[in-house]
Design a protein around this ligand. Structure first.
Ligand SMILES: *Cc1c(COP(=O)(O)O)cnc(C)c1O
Length: 495
């Protein structure tokens, strides 16, 4: 099976090429030429397997040139060894007979990024080997919070890699900063940048396009790489948990063979919900894909009208990982809904770059509408959803998941669709304590580590160990740099 660029029909590569190089030379995203189909009895077979075994089975269908035993090794390292605090890895909780929650935050950083970032380093290092690359991969990340910590935990002590994370000095929460500055591992580096997220991001982009630095690194046996969410190696591990969730619901008897399951996903860069779309294409009986957005509702508008317009106010919300105006992975859906018409997709992306806006044809909009619905809500409604679910079900959710819960309620009352639905829960509530406590009715909730303690007292739920344990951890990284000096930090790291 080959992978094609969304912007060039002829730009084909193998899966190891797609993962090793991330982005196609024309700027497009590598996408499988055809999505493989699950055999008729596959879900029934997978039902009795562990999460790791399901992951081997599903990923193997997309990974030519990888053996099942190689993938078993990756899955053991990514999802085994006590890295996830639930033996099911991605457990499904049932709230009522038509509402189930897929918890994707049982990994080392308590957010769903772990599902892919625990696997990516293994896929990436093996892809580099298969492509004949022998140098050390130096992963650079600019982060506004969750991705940086996820990438640090994924790449820590992975042979053949170094990882360096830059975060804005005053742009992350106290807990997020502690998560990063206490990072363990012998190949990791963390540095704060004076300025905001854009400064950190621009600094990293400048480093990537600095030929002198690149050749200096090459001489020292290293090259720059990224852990960006447009890499196929981050999308693929996410398909697994949709297949797995369906199997769990078959096993528990909540669904019977062939029953439809809707999926509702809190969405930012469109990676997570895209994985659900691929699972549906593979043959998992998924019904509607409900795309939930916060006040930055560019995707809601696009799915409803066919117009993508990023020329709008940017809002900082209580669900910061969804504060995004350019959803990069949407390009892969456009590829599918134009039947792989690279010229058309390229046209949209050029318009987006030039004017911040594009409109798809009626036929494309119609194809998107066959699978997708959309809804959005603001912080107040998300907080209300947190309070409601806690009072009515004693079930605690974070503000990102709350956006999905509210979107699902809107969808149900608008359409009357009673199909059982899987709500995707993307972060532990203990990662966003102040907003969660406001949802529970606390007037002035404490921030930082005190917030974690207080939320635990209020609910009687113990905080996840990686967050509770932050209090006793040694701070390893205190560096601060000006944006201009970031290349020097990269050099020092390799000394
Ligand atoms: C990254 C993230 C999202 C958004 O996921 P996308 O794949 O970018 O759509 C939602 N919730 C949380 C907690 C996240 O970290």
């Amino acid at each position: 099976m080959y992978y094609v660029s969304t912007r060039d029909r002829l730009g084909k590569t193998t899966v190891s090429g797609a993962i090793a190089y991330g982005l196609a030379p024309d700027g497009g995203l590598y996408t499988p030429e055809a999505v493989p189909s699950l055999a008729g009895n596959a879900l029934n077979t997978l039902k009795d397997m562990t999460y790791q075994q399901r992951a081997v089975y599903v990923m193997n269908m997309f990974l030519d040139g990888y053996s099942a035993s190689e993938l078993s090794g990756f899955c053991a390292k990514a999802y085994g060894g006590g890295k996830f605090d639930d033996p099911a890895v991605a457990p499904v909780r049932t709230l009522d007979d038509r509402t189930h929650v897929l918890e994707l935050w049982h990994g080392p950083t308590c957010a769903f990024k772990d599902m892919a970032l625990q696997m990516l380093p293994h896929l990436l290092t093996s892809a580099l080997k298969k492509e004949g690359e022998t140098k050390t991969a130096c992963i650079l990340v600019a982060t506004s919070g969750d991705t940086g910590k996820g990438a640090l935990e994924g790449f820590k002590d992975v042979p053949g890699t170094r990882i360096l994370v830059f975060y804005p000095k005053d742009g992350v929460s106290e807990v997020q900063q502690l998560q990063m500055t206490t990072q363990e591992g012998s190949n990791v580096g963390v540095c704060s940048v004076v300025g905001n997220f854009d400064d950190a991001q621009t600094g990293v982009k400048t480093i990537f396009s600095d030929p002198a630095l690149r050749s200096e690194l090459a001489e020292r046996g290293a090259f720059l790489s990224s852990a960006n969410s447009i890499n196929w190696g981050r999308v693929l591990p996410q398909i697994v948990y949709y297949v797995s969730a369906y199997c769990d619901l078959l096993k528990s008897g909540a669904l019977e063979k062939g029953d439809k399951l809707n999926v509702c996903v809190p969405t930012g860069n469109f990676g997570n919900i895209l994985a659900a779309y691929y699972a549906k294409q593979m043959g998992v009986p998924i019904g509607r894909l409900i795309c939930a957005s916060n006040r930055n509702n560019v995707l809601t508008e696009f799915i409803e009208t066919g117009v993508y317009d990023k020329n709008r106010t940017f809002y900082n919300t209580t669900s910061p990982s969804m504060d995004i105006l350019i959803s990069s992975n949407l390009e892969r859906l456009l590829h599918a809904c134009t039947y792989g018409d690279a010229e058309q997709v390229k046209g949209y992306m050029e318009k987006l770059a030039r004017t911040g806006k594009y409109e798809v044809e009626e036929s494309v909009k119609h194809r998107i509408g066959r699978d997708f619905s959309a809804a959005c809500c603001d912080d107040e409604k998300a907080k209300a959803a947190i309070g409601r679910l806690w009072r009515e079900k004693r079930y605690l959710i974070d503000p990102h998941t709350a956006v999905a819960v509210d979107a699902l309620e809107q969808y149900r009352s608008k359409t009357g669709d009673e199909t059982p639905t899987l709500v995707v829960s993307t972060a532990s509530p203990f990662k966003f304590c102040p907003a969660v406590m406001e949802g529970l009715g606390e007037k002035e909730p404490p921030q930082g580590l005190k917030g974690i303690e207080r939320l635990s007292q209020l609910t009687g739920i113990p905080a996840p160990a990686p967050l509770a344990g932050l209090a006793g951890k040694e701070i390893r990284f205190t560096g601060v740099t000006e944006k201009e000096n970031m290349p020097q930090i990269v050099r020092e790291m390799l000394n």
